[in-house]
Design a protein around this ligand. Structure first.
Ligand code: SAM
Length: 265
């Protein structure tokens, strides 16, 4: 695909270091029977070695200019199934060949859509066995952060509520063409098929977490105004003068469930 003009609006930083590509593929550990889904194949840095192994691989690419080259290169491979569409609005359940089939998702994601894309994918969590993503290092740090750390925030709580997270390794800008301005990292997300802590109303849980982190410096007593008062926060065994970043996922679930119990409709 020589001569492809990289498009900034599609976050096109293509991997160009065979050693890093091999490391990523080794972390994914593809097996012949996997049903893989790759988001954003670009010039197939990851797609090619993955297609060498698996029997079924759906590939989602938005850039019109990449569709013909990808089809010419892999069209004869029975595993290859290309979808020329936007990964953000794609219906991933449409890829399932049978009801309880599990998908494995991979992608060196365009950084500008990574959070909404992960949230969209989480709506299909019961059909996903794992996800391996390249993201901005700073985003991976936030996803995997422990409560009490500087980087622990809304994204950490929402992803850790739904998935086991693992920060695998950092990839420097020199491994891409063109090089991005920041470091990247690989994260493994494994959606819980049985969640360790269950929010009885997940929409409300998301709202409470958002509100708790809306003003980082303020205490829970202030940020949760209108949802729970100081006494109710204490009822969950949480100090109302604590800040959101010191709470565990379990404590956020407890707060949301208390609110739900007090306001059943
Ligand atoms: N996988 C390749 C690699 O590692 O070299 C390319 C990765 S590049 C960071 C991101 C890819 O996602 C590009 O091919 C881009 O065109 C594609 N892309 C961007 N936005 C997309 C979207 N909304 N839906 C599907 N693909 C998208």
């Amino acid at each position: 695909m020589a001569g492809h003009k990289h498009k900034k609006q599609f976050g096109q930083n293509f991997l160009n270091n065979p050693r890093i590509i091999q490391l990523i593929v080794a972390s994914i550990r593809p097996k012949a029977d996997d049903h893989l889904v790759e988001i954003g194949p670009g010039e197939a840095a990851l797609s090619a070695p993955l297609l060498d192994v698996v029997k079924k691989m759906d590939i989602i690419e938005i850039d019109n200019d990449l569709i013909t080259p990808l089809t010419l290169r892999f069209g004869q491979n029975p595993a290859f199934n290309l979808h020329h569409t936007d990964a953000l609005s794609f219906d991933y359940a449409s890829l399932l060949d049978f009801d309880d089939e599990m998908l494995r998702i991979v992608g060196n994601l365009p950084y500008n859509i990574s959070s909404p894309l992960m949230f969209h994918l989480l709506t299909y969590a019961r059909h996903i066995s794992d996800m391996h993503f390249m993201l901005q290092k700073e985003v991976v740090d936030r996803i995997c952060a422990e409560p009490g750390s500087r980087t622990f925030g809304r994204l950490s709580v929402m992803i850790q509520y739904a998935c086991k997270t693992e920060n695998l390794f950092v990839v420097g800008p020199e491994n891409f063409n063109p090089p991005p301005k920041v470091d990247s990292a690989i994260v493994r997300l494994v959606p819980y098929q049985t969640k360790p802590f269950i929010a009885n109303d997940e929409v409300l849980f998301a709202k409470l977490v958002k509100q708790a982190f809306s003003q980082k410096r303020k205490t829970l007593r202030n940020t949760l105004k209108g949802l729970l008062d100081a006494e109710q926060i204490e009822q969950c065994g949480i100090n109302p003068t604590a800040r959101a970043e010191s709470l565990s996922v379990e404590q956020f679930v407890n707060l949301a469930n208390l609110y739900h119990q007090l306001n059943p409709n």
